[in-house]
Structure formats: C-alpha cells, structure tokens
Design a protein around this ligand. Structure first.
Ligand SMILES: Cc1cc2nc3c(=O)[nH]c(=O)nc-3n(C[C@H](O)[C@H](O)[C@H](O)COP(=O)(O)OP(=O)(O)OC[C@H]3O[C@@H](n4cnc5c(N)ncnc54)[C@H](O)[C@@H]3O)c2cc1C
Length: 271
C-alpha cells in the first residue's frame, strides 16, 4: 500500500487535535466556538457538515455531533454554534473552555446545506429552532458572499424570548448587504413590547411564504418542529425533493394530527 493513499483514506477516522480560538456567548445560553486544527490534515468543512467533538474530563471522555456554522479551510479554522444545556453532560464543560484549550474533533459527515438545496425551486426558506440557526446562517452567507444564489432566500428562526435571539448582528449585516436575503426571529413567549413575529414557526411563518409548492425548505433543530412542519409541507403539496433537514435532538417526536392540520391550513396554496 502506498503511504499517501492510506493517509488520505484514514484522516477522516482520526481523533484530531484542535485548540480554542474563541468561545463567546452571543445570546442567552447560546455560544459560538471557533477552533483551529492542530494537525496537517485537511479542514474541508462547509456550513452543514457534521463533525464530532470530544472532550476529556476527570479521566473520562465525552463526545457529541455538531454542525459546522462556518469554516475557513485555508486558515484551518471552523466554528460551531451550540446551546449550553444547564444540566447537560458536555456543553457546560465546552462553555468553560478558554483560549488555547484543547479539544478533539473527527469526521466529515452529512452534505453541506448547499448540496441539499434543490436548484429547481424558485426560492429557498430556512427554518430553524434555537441553535439550528448556525448552519443556516453559514449556508446563506456562503452562497450570498460567493454569488452562488440569486433566488429569494429567507430564514426564520424560532426562539422563546427576545434574549435568546442570535446571532443578530451577523444576520442583520447579511440581510443589509444582500437584497435577496431576509431573516426574522419568531418568539413563542414574547414580551409585550415585541413587534416582530409571534408564536412558533408553524404559527407565524406559513402565511408569509409565497408559492410554497415552488419553495425549497431546509429545516434544522428540534425534531418536534421538524416532524410537524414536514408533515404539513407534504399536506400542503410541497414536493419531497424540496425538503431537506437535520435533527439535533428529540428524535422520537411524533407529529400530532391536529397540530399538523392547523399548520397546513396556514399555508397559502391557492396561488
Ligand atoms: C447530527 C447532529 C448535529 C448536531 N449539531 C448540533 C449543533 O450544531 N449545535 C448544538 O447545540 N447541538 C447540536 N447537536 C446536539 C449535540 O450533539 C448534543 O446532543 C448537545 O450538545 C447536548 O450535549 P450535552 O452533553 O450537554 O447534553 P446531554 O446531557 O446529552 O442532554 C441532552 C438533552 O439536551 C437537549 N438538547 C440537545 N441538543 C440541544 C440543542 N441544540 N438545543 C436545545 N436542547 C438540546 C435534548 O433534550 C437532549 O435530550 C447535534 C446533534 C446531532 C445528532
């Protein structure tokens, strides 16, 4: 076996060293971590690729899957947006890491979102709960800054309260720079002064989508939102090839028929 061949084949299986460059809270309980690879293997990530992070603590190791928000292969860096689960095993420890702290990472899984989005749709809508915003922000930034998309692009993100919204500055800047991109948070428990969208994604977003049957939807986050919304999209006549997704948690969620029927009825399918 040639040495070069075996190295190329193997690096995706390795646990690789990385160091923390930044690890900041950008909204309540949500953090943005940037890591730099500490080896010589490729860092070929794009928004939507999934990798595993591993941390050592008190003689034990813990690992989970995370989705790339942004990466710079030339600088050998990549960023992930994650929720700190207060009683969680790993994320409170991830949140405590300062600059230069060691982390291990492994793998290149899932397609980048831009490979999932159907070129035949007339527009693209991203739907995320909470930290599911990360890879969708990255995808929209990637295709807009690279001039890869001229279709209308919209992102809607479900949060509980105003303090949970983010990354706000980055999304506002992207929308200001690119007229074919809009984004809006929708709050399930807004304060009285909130003037934006109210309710869960399935309540506030469907009436806003023009021609849903000609729209590609990419969904990321809580499995409960994904199964309800995808059942409603199917009932509303959105072709299966115009739906792609990634579940972060709540894998066993089952869609409730009455909830799905109400979401379906809010879509404008007359046009
Ligand atoms: C393919 C894939 C990609 C993922 N990408 C991301 C990502 O980019 N960012 C991210 O924050 N998480 C992501 N997750 C979830 C992540 O792998 C862990 O499950 C999460 O970080 C919990 O870690 P923990 O050890 O602190 O919590 P645990 O002690 O394992 O507790 C897990 C519980 O926390 C809740 N939970 C898990 N993830 C979230 C979340 N994101 N928001 C709200 N509640 C949650 C669930 O109820 C779950 O049962 C992804 C999961 C998968 C399968």
């Amino acid at each position: 076996m040639r040495a070069g061949t075996s190295m190329t084949a193997d690096w995706k299986e390795l646990w690789r060293p990385a160091a923390v460059l930044a690890n900041r809270e950008f909204a309540r309980g949500s953090r943005w971590i940037t890591l730099r690879a500490g080896d010589e293997h490729p860092v070929p990530y794009e928004p939507g690729n999934v990798l595993a992070l591993r941390l050592g603590h008190a003689g034990a190791t813990m690992k989970h899957a995370y989705t790339v928000t942004w990466a710079d292969p030339a600088a050998r860096t990549f960023s992930i947006i994650y929720r700190v689960i207060p009683a969680g095993r790993m994320t409170p420890r991830l949140a405590a890491l300062g600059p230069d702290a060691p982390v291990e990472f492994s793998g290149v899984h899932h397609n980048p979102i831009r490979h999932e989005v159907n070129p035949g749709a007339r527009q693209v809508v991203g739907l995320a709960t909470g930290t599911g915003v990360g890879p969708l922000y990255g995808y929209f930034r990637y295709v807009l800054e690279g001039a890869l998309e001229r279709r209308p692009l919209a992102l809607f993100v479900g949060f509980r309260e105003e303090a949970d919204i983010g990354p706000r500055a980055e999304l506002d800047a992207l929308a200001a720079a690119h007229p074919n991109f809009t984004w809006a948070p929708t709050l399930s428990s807004p304060g009285p002064a909130w003037e934006g969208l109210r309710g869960r994604l399935g309540e506030s977003v469907p009436p806003l989508i023009e021609r849903p049957r000609e729209t590609h939807f990419h969904l990321v986050g809580n499995g409960a939102m994904l199964v309800e919304m995808e059942a409603a999209l199917a009932q509303a006549g959105v072709p299966e090839v115009f739906i792609s997704d990634e579940t972060y948690f709540n894998w066993e969620a089952e869609p409730a028929d009455d909830v799905v029927a109400r979401i379906t009825a809010r879509f404008r399918t007359d046009a």
